[in-house]
Design a protein around this ligand. Structure first.
Ligand SMILES: Nc1ncnc2c1ncn2[C@@H]1O[C@H](COP(=O)(O)OP(=O)(O)OP(=O)(O)O)[C@@H](O)[C@H]1O
Ligand SMILES: [Mg+2]
Length: 113
């Protein structure tokens, strides 16, 4: 099992969730986060010509645990549905997961995912 942690644009959540659901992936968490990537934020120029740097930008963090054999499928779905081609499209981190337990039944491992 792996946890796929995807930082995406907030406006992409709906389409990413929809495309994951179409492929049979329903269980997930989404959290509003703020973060920065390689560009370290955005520089705006104010009316008086002053520069305003916005360091931390709003993003959505999507987390879902999947079977090892589903990792590539899920990553491809997220990349394809979250991409605009512009900077700030996000990033995906893959974490190893020790175990999963479904509380209702006590099932463990892949069967509980
Ligand atoms: N190394 C990192 N560690 C943790 N979170 C990160 C990291 N890089 C990016 N993020 C998170 O992902 C968000 C989007 O990052 P972003 O897409 O701007 O990455 P990037 O490396 O700058 O790529 P790009 O050049 O396409 O913008 C950031 O706002 C932050 O929340
Ligand atoms: Mg960036």
């Amino acid at each position: 099992m792996k946890k796929i942690e995807a930082i995406i644009r907030p406006e992409k959540l709906t389409i990413v969730k929809f495309m994951l659901g179409e492929a049979g992936f329903y269980g997930l968490n989404a959290t509003h986060v703020t973060g920065r990537g390689g560009q370290r934020g955005i520089v705006h120029t104010g009316r008086a010509g002053q520069t305003i740097t916005v360091d931390m930008l709003p993003k959505m963090k999507l987390e879902l645990v999947v079977k090892d054999s589903d990792v590539d499928t899920v990553v491809d779905i997220i990349v394809e549905s979250a991409r605009t081609g512009e900077i700030g499209d996000g990033k995906i981190f893959i974490h190893p997961i020790e175990d999963t337990i479904r509380v209702r039944t006590g099932e463990r491992g892949d069967a509980a995912v």
